[in-house]
Design a protein around this ligand. Structure first.
Ligand code: MRU
Length: 343
């Protein structure tokens, strides 16, 4: 169940737009193909798009046939194209920055050595993601009760990362530890990451779950049927404000009103200390057709105006804790996030 895998000379991507009924793969052989796959959400989820972009950068270098002197400018174009695919998840910016720094470091080597060094860097970004997810799972498991109904939104699982997942990594770990957990999965309109992807992952591992429409969450909480909310993140500002899939903010407010703990699980690569608060997080707005159409079938007339932001920002005050690979961060985030990052 891998979202992506480097296969010698190309990046194999599981096309997540076709799940759960079709397991179709794309062999991306150029940086433009990787950019297209990220844009179309064939590969999605903050860590997965970061790692894919890093391999896209490698493909850009591998395919270069021009003059040595023009190489830096060309690689700049590769970076800009990959960067422009999706604006919210900072993991994309982070991974591309690491690749750019590596290129600067090795730019005077022979072309073959440059390519090798870039591939090694992308592999190490992917490996770090695997490692961080396992640790997030371990730390997160410590706060999951022996018996719990956990509500999650979108897909922060294996499909959204290189392996294992962040929020779903915690859930996996708790399940493997023998805890009696049950997961409420928000369907996550309009792209249905919950219904199509999270449920797919839960089914494969036999983790007890129930699919709900997004608007059912409040009613469930009111009935005392949710013990904790656990979500992923696309960008965490220095003060702890967190961007995640649209609908996350509503869940956080509801959880607060019902005194239910609300946890974010994310690697430190999702933290953006350059921005002081969530107000500065760029929120992607996607095409209205994602809302007007359902599986290729029009459900709303074409002329209906649609507002389709892909993410929202949850203020830090609603977040009980942020589960990272370095431990669980508690408020005040403006102090504790920095402490965690320099650890
Ligand atoms: O639009 P998507 O599917 O890329 O959005 C994904 C999310 O919002 C996830 O919760 C987030 O990226 C964390 S994935 C570990």
């Amino acid at each position: 169940m891998k979202a992506l895998e480097w296969q010698g000379d190309h990046l194999l991507l599981l096309d997540q737009t076709k799940l759960p009924f079709e397991e179709k793969y794309r062999e991306a052989r150029s940086y433009l193909e990787v950019a297209e796959a990220i844009k179309n959400m064939e590969v999605r989820g903050a860590p997965a798009i970061g790692v894919s972009a890093a391999y896209g950068y490698v493909l850009g270098a591998l395919k270069y046939e021009g003059d040595k002197d023009d190489f830096p400018e060309y690689m700049n174009e590769v970076l800009t194209t990959l960067q422009a695919t999706r604006p919210t998840a900072v993991n994309l910016t982070w991974a591309l920055h690491k690749m750019e720094v590596k290129l600067r470091e090795v730019q005077n080597l022979d072309p073959e050595d440059i390519k090798e060094a870039l591939l090694a860097e992308a592999n190490s970004i992917a490996e770090a993601d695997r490692r961080m997810n396992r640790l997030i799972g371990e730390y997160g498991n410590t706060i999951v009760p022996e018996k719990a109904n956990i509500l999650t939104h979108c897909n922060a699982g294996s499909l959204a990362t290189v392996e294992y997942g962040t929020a779903l990594g915690v859930i996996r770990q708790a399940f493997e530890a023998g805890k009696k957990i049950h997961v409420y999965v928000d369907e996550t309109r309009p792209f249905l990451q919950g219904a199509r992807l999270t449920v797919w992952e839960m089914l494969q591992e036999g983790i007890p779950h129930t699919l709900i429409t997004d608007s059912t969450a409040g009613y469930l909480m009111q009935q005392g049927k949710v013990d904790m909310v656990l979500v992923g993140a696309d960008r965490i500002a220095a003060n702890g404000d967190t961007a995640n899939k649209i609908g996350t903010y509503s869940l956080a407010v509801l959880a607060n009103a019902h005194q239910i703990p609300f946890y974010v699980a994310a690697p430190s690569t999702t933290v953006d200390l350059k921005i002081s608060s969530g107000a500065e997080i760029p929120v992607e707005e996607r095409d209205g057709k994602e809302v007007r159409m359902f599986k290729g079938v029009r459900v709303v007339p074409e002329e209906v105006p649609v507002y389709n932001p892909s993410f929202d920002v949850t203020p830090a005050k609603y977040i009980t804790g942020i589960i990272t690979e370095k431990g669980i961060i508690s408020p005040p985030y403006s102090v504790n996030l920095v402490k965690m990052l320099v650890k």
